[in-house]
Design a protein around this ligand. Sequence first.
Ligand SMILES: NC(=O)C1=CN([C@@H]2O[C@H](COP(=O)(O)OP(=O)(O)OC[C@H]3O[C@@H](n4cnc5c(N)ncnc54)[C@H](O)[C@@H]3O)[C@@H](O)[C@H]2O)[C@H](O)CC1
Ligand code: K
Length: 541
Amino acid sequence: MDTGNLLASAGEMQALDRKTIEEIGIPGAVLMENAGRATVAAMERHFGPAAGKRVIIFAGPGNNGGDGLVMARCLADRGALPSVLLVGDPARLPPDAARNWAILERLQVARRVIDPNAAWPTDWQEASSRPLHSVVDALFGIGLTRPLSGCYLAALHAMRDLARASACPIVAADMPSGLHSDTGAILGEAVQADLTVTYGLAKPGHLHNGGPRIGILEVADIGIPSQAAAAANLAGRLLDGRVLARLPPRARTSHKGSHGHVLVLAGSTGKSGAAILAAKGALASGAGLVSCALPAALLPIFATAVAEAMSEPLAASDHLAHADLAAVARLCAGKAALLIGPGLGRHPETAGLVTALYRERPEPMVVDADALNILAADREALAAPGGPRILCPHPGEMARLLDLPVPELQRDRLASAQRLCSLCGPHQPIVALLKGAGTVVAANKAAGGLWAVNSSGNPGMASGGMGDVLAGVIAGLLAQHHEPWLAACAGVWLHGAAADLLAKERPFGYTAGEVAAALPRLFADRRKKRQSPDSGEEQIC
Ligand SMILES: NC(=O)C1=CN([C@@H]2O[C@H](COP(=O)(O)OP(=O)(O)OC[C@H]3O[C@@H](n4cnc5c(N)ncnc54)[C@H](O)[C@@H]3O)[C@@H](O)[C@H]2O)[C@H](O)CC1
Ligand SMILES: [K+]
């Protein structure tokens, strides 16, 4: 199955399994066989041949355990020395797993049953002089419903201690046990995997909160037909480099007027940097023109810092105010996208301008930072957008918008982003981000109804100004007439991927301005001279 970049929740995956097995007729045993074999192949690809080496497989009571049993057989067949610890009752295994247990018995593959209701055995480890290749976590997959406890928790600790003592990798089948496949929440404790091989489709839990504990993620095709996945109308997307292909190439004859004009409404005393970084982000993502409307006092600083952008002075000297509304309305003429919020500050006069523009302007608009805080205090305005809106809160801003504590909204980041979309009403296309490790993007029905989790980015991004650049990048893509959904998804991935380029040299300490400067490099490897099918013009990226 070519899953593209689809994401599936546990429920969607289980429905897909059922459809494949019960309607299409591909036996579950075939899927399990493919899952086990694909995992063994990935293990050897990453950690070298297993022949002559031990592999300890911790198998659980369900089909995830079944995957581990298939792996044991495959490993034995390849000259490795597998040993299975089944934490569960063989007599209560589901049919496909039970069949593989019986096969291991017939083949006399080393195995041991551990009663999950008893204490973890002290003699669980066999003495051996043979090197250990890896440890396999096949305890639980998408069927995990509660924190590990008792023997299962002891198995997790045994796995961890064994891998640590032998300096060998842990390979997780489908999900690291203890990680919730939908929310990415760690239920009590979770396995720290070095490689996770997931089956059919990636799950949101692999990516939320930066995908804790998954190590390298590989999505294995186990034979679920592509048309079954397509027919499932899955709404989840994994954001990776494939999103670049969705940004159409530029014609050689294009000019600055071809790529849209962004109006940035930003800045206040002491916060000129936010306006500068937002403008740089918009330019970096390819906007043809960028203008920034900001308090008159900030003009000289801004104009010096961003020579490529035009700056429009507004009346008040140190903050934007409702009195600027008519001037801003005039500036909106001819703009393809607006960005409001970076560094605006919380002056009471600014709120009137923000809510008026949010409610009245028909242009696509990115709403960020202080503009979000202002709208959080005016629910009526929030529910009445005048045009397509992309809201970019971090967890603190989301807490104010949803009126929820941060830990609570973080528990299910996707649900939080979808909730914010619903607060903006159904009439306009709305896309809501929830920034952070594994930024979530959710769209309401008018914007396509999909959701996505980002796979790019790194902890070095935890520094000032990154959000200002991201808002500018998204506004720059909006100005190039991309739909809000694509502008948000591409902007989020590009922003994180640009930071990943910098993190290769410096894991942290790089600046938001450097991220903006690095971002265009991501388009470089796309620079292919090719004839456009119609006009004969050469397209260059
Ligand atoms: N994606 C596919 O097409 C295929 C996936 N496969 C593998 O099957 C598992 C899902 O199997 P399932 O039996 O539904 O669940 P698990 O094996 O993850 O869990 C077993 C069982 O355990 C119970 N349980 C849940 N949480 C706990 C807990 N904390 N303590 C004790 N017991 C718990 C619950 O009843 C679960 O049902 C999937 O991840 C893949 O690895 C198939 O191999 C092939 C097709
Ligand atoms: K697992």
